[in-house]
Structures are given as structure tokens and as C-alpha cells.
Design a protein around this ligand. Sequence first.
Ligand code: T5A
Length: 207
Amino acid sequence: MSLEGGEGAGKTTVLKALHERLLQRGFEVVSTREPGGTPAGEAIRALLLDPAHTLAAQTELLLMFASRAQLVETLVEPALARGAVVLADRFTDASFAYQGGGRGLSMALIAELERVFVRRKPDFTLLLDLDVAAGLARARSRGAPADRIEQERDEFFENVRKAYRTRAAAEPQRFAVVDAGQGVEAVVADACAVLDRFLDSRAGARP
Ligand code: T5A
């Protein structure tokens, strides 16, 4: 299962709560993040987010998929094979939203990379939907210098949000959308409630 959203939407905060909820419900949980999640993936993440680099959009896309391919081969597939739940802070939907929606790269090309190198979609995806200005303000309030992608203009992030919402609307059976503009406690409560509904609908099956 995966967690998605724009900058500062609160994924890190919500991920911890969902991880705890899954443990309480008796699952082995493997939480991970993208780009990154493996030693090689974290090195790729550093390259991707370093503002010192000017990357072509295609390079950015392929590095996202390089990190993802490493994660799928070395972490996701082995974890699923032994019956664990993988809880991913971003997965392929982020490439559709950022590289497709934000950068304007071909959605068909991204779908083809997904088909060849990922070969699966999350069973359940929680989208934290938030006004772009509010998300950027939250991200900036942490005081860390903006990374390469956070330095993009607002229009880029508006297109990212639009692409996420379009994907959620197209696959309502996979996506649940939570209003991330609420206070932390309300967002966490909503996120846990939709997770519980999903787990209950699967009647004990692994997500
Ligand atoms: N990317 C990624 C792509 O372009 N393509 C891809 O395929 C993939 C996988 C790194 C970047 O890579 C891009 C997207 C990103 O630009 P990331 O590490 O997930 O991906 O980066 P961010 O989205 O930048 O992660 P953030 O850590 O900024 O956002 P989070 O995790 O959504 O937010 P979080 O939980 O750290 O919260 C941000 C701040 O807001 C507060 C928190 O305390 C924190 O200070 N906060 C709230 N404040 C008020 N109300 C709430 N409800 C709040 N929830 C959290």
C-alpha cells in the first residue's frame, strides 16, 4: 500500500500512524520511501534532490525508476513473498504526478516503465490532498533549505496536484482521498479510518 501527496502534505506524519495501526492489527509491516528506501536508492535520492544538479526531465524520470526498480527487486518483492505488508511513502503514482503532471512527460511512457520495471500497483493508495500554498508553507516551515524539486514554481505543484486528483478519480477502488488541510489529529484519524475500512473489506486478507 502507498501514501501519496504534494509537498508538505503530512505523509511522514501519517505514515507513522498507519504503520502502528497495521502492527496493532497483527501484520508484519515494512515501511519505506521513494526515492530511496535501499542503500543504492538513497544514493540516487541524494543525486535527485541536490539543488547543485540541473537534471533533464528524462534523467529525473529514469532516476526515479532506477531507485524504484532497486526497491522492488530487493525489498518489496521479498517482503510481500514472506507475507509482510509494504507501506510505501510514495510509489509509481508520484512519477505520474510529478514527472507526468509536473514536467509534462508522456503518461504512456511512464505507464510503460511501470509495466516493465515495477510490474505491480499498490492494492491501496491513500492520497493526502492539500492546497499547494499551504503544503509549501508547511514544508518551508521546517527551516531546511529547499531541495531541487521544492524549488519549482507554484504552477508545477498545481499540475502535480491535478494529476494526483485525476488518478484518484480514475481508480476510486484503489484510492482513498483524505483532506490534509485539517489539523494533524483529524488527518491521522481520517487516514486510520480509511485504512480500517480497506482492511475490513479485505476480510483478513493481506493488503
Ligand atoms: N518525487 C518522488 C518525484 O518527483 N517522482 C517520484 O516518482 C517520487 C517517488 C522527495 C521528492 O521527490 C519527488 C517528490 C518530492 O519532491 P519526499 O521525500 O516524499 O519526496 O518529499 P516531500 O513531499 O518533500 O516530503 P515532505 O517530508 O516535505 O512532506 P511530507 O512527508 O508529506 O510532510 P511532513 O509529514 O514532513 O510534514 C511537513 C511539515 O508539516 C507539518 C509537519 O509537522 C512538518 O513540519 N504537518 C502539519 N502541519 C499542520 N497540519 C497538519 N495536518 C500537518 N501535517 C504535517
